[in-house]
Ligand binder design. Sequence first.
Ligand code: C2E
Ligand code: CA
Ligand code: CA
Length: 563
Amino acid sequence: MHESAYPLRGKRLVLVVDDEPINRALLGAMLEETCDVIMAENGREALALMEQNRSRLSLVLLDLKMPVLSGTELLKAVRADETLRRIPIIVLTADQDAEIESLDLGAIDFIPKPYPPAGVVLARVRRTIELSEDRSIIRATERDELTDLFSREYFYRYAEQFDRLHEETAMDAVVIDINHFRLLNERYGKAYANRVLRRVGEKLREAVQDSGGLVCRREADIFLLYCPHRDDYESVLEHSGAGLTGEQAGSARVRLRMGVYENADKTIDIERRFDRAQVAADTIRNNLTRPIAYYDAALHQAELFAEQLVEAFPDAIRERQFQVCCQPKFNVQGDAPRLVSAEALVRWEHPTLGKISPADFIPIFERNGLISELDRYVWHETAAAMRDWRENGGVTLPVSVNVSRVDMLDANLSERFLEITRAYGISPSDLLLEITESAYTSDSEYIIATVRKLRALGFRIEMDDFGTGYSSLGMISRLPIDALKLDMLFVQNAFGETRDTRMLELILDIAEYLKVPVIAEGVETKEQMTALRALGCEIIQGYYFSKPIPLPDFGAYIEEQLR
Ligand code: C2E
Ligand code: CA
Ligand code: CA
């Protein structure tokens, strides 16, 4: 069991209830060295103290015969209360018959009067407390088979109990994550990856054990640490990542990443405290130079902002605060640039917060799934506009919509798209779907199957943000796609200060090998456009041609361009 590895420290709080001052004094003297003791003279006082200390109280020692409210009455009252009922009660009595009655009423044990020697009383007190703590923990028990650390549930409950016993101790909630664990798994195999997990778990435990810290593996490669505040996390991290070089992995070094929520606010749920640590860890996801991030005032502000946006979402949909814009894409390989399609991009005009950038709200809605509802709204708006252009302007232009990775997990996705094309009389081949590269890398087999199905139905797929994910060449060559959409960063890097076009050329080579056209976005100048065209890039989107235009105005734009 874990108790030996994780002794719960700190004095337990015990309530002694007896109307005789001498009895209170005797018990107080026996207990005071190992426990914090509070006293009550009758049942009513005791009930009040139990209510005040309901979360911290470990045990009640209860006399039965008392004025005002007797011990028996108190037992009845406690039994009727959901939370008070969990506090173990030992009855103090000289009357053998009363014992049975009090056990029936929920007392857990009894101590006869006159009291046995202090050692006996203390042993009973300790055993009763241990049993009740075990019982509340065992309900959520089970450890992680692989690392032998606490399971997540057990860990959370243990942490809560730790808090109850150490109200004054400042605690840190920490999340530790292994960088590129998925790659490690793929490259060196599961057995090696498991060994890494075990090793990291062991080292983490070693690092914090002395200070009373608790460790668990939350899932996959994510570890949680709950420990009294400290400021040497660099060395904890160093210690935990040490010895992970070499082995099969050659010189590949296993790197850990850590998010720390210091002096955690104990009034919020324990899970939420770790969410905050996770938020901090996420800020350094692709940062190899900074292994530790702290949850700070700025992140807290961001969290509050995110909550505000999530709350505002239902009204925003209902009141049509979201608008859709279209940004044109031009084929530049002919004599003159030719409008070939457009991308639908969502905008949010909030009545009090003003314009909010999709770069701000999309990631938030992706985290909690609201993105699916928003995306469906955008798809419908876009399809309705396409019908309008055709019916009122006589023009048809293919338009791409963004498909979030959350949408990709929707089992009804292809039916939804089919339904939209039917409802608005659009050909599936005119609805282009932009799927971000990183969606492919998260659950590739499933995503690839979904994409195959969509293509079989006639939809065309553009792989968005290409170059930011970690697709292997092997995987890319199996991908069913119709175009690669270069991440804007490549364009910016290629024409920024360094003028390094090698990455760009490499990606264009890959596209040529795959025989798919390349779309460059974020193209702002004529110089960029000319250079990209010379490198073989076929389609260009960006401010150079046009900023995104609100849907109601885009019909006129198309007519003008196609005239
Ligand atoms: P994205 O899909 O990569 O979209 C391209 C972004 O680049 C858009 O930003 C666009 O306005 C911007 N952009 C276009 N041309 C230029 C240029 O020449 N220079 C610069 N600096 N930027 C340019 P936006 O509209 O702020 O969207 C940001 C991201 O939000 C999008 O990136 C996309 O990932 C997401 N997004 C936008 N609308 C939707 C939507 O309806 N659904 C989903 N799931 N995501 C969306
Ligand atoms: Ca896009
Ligand atoms: Ca993009």
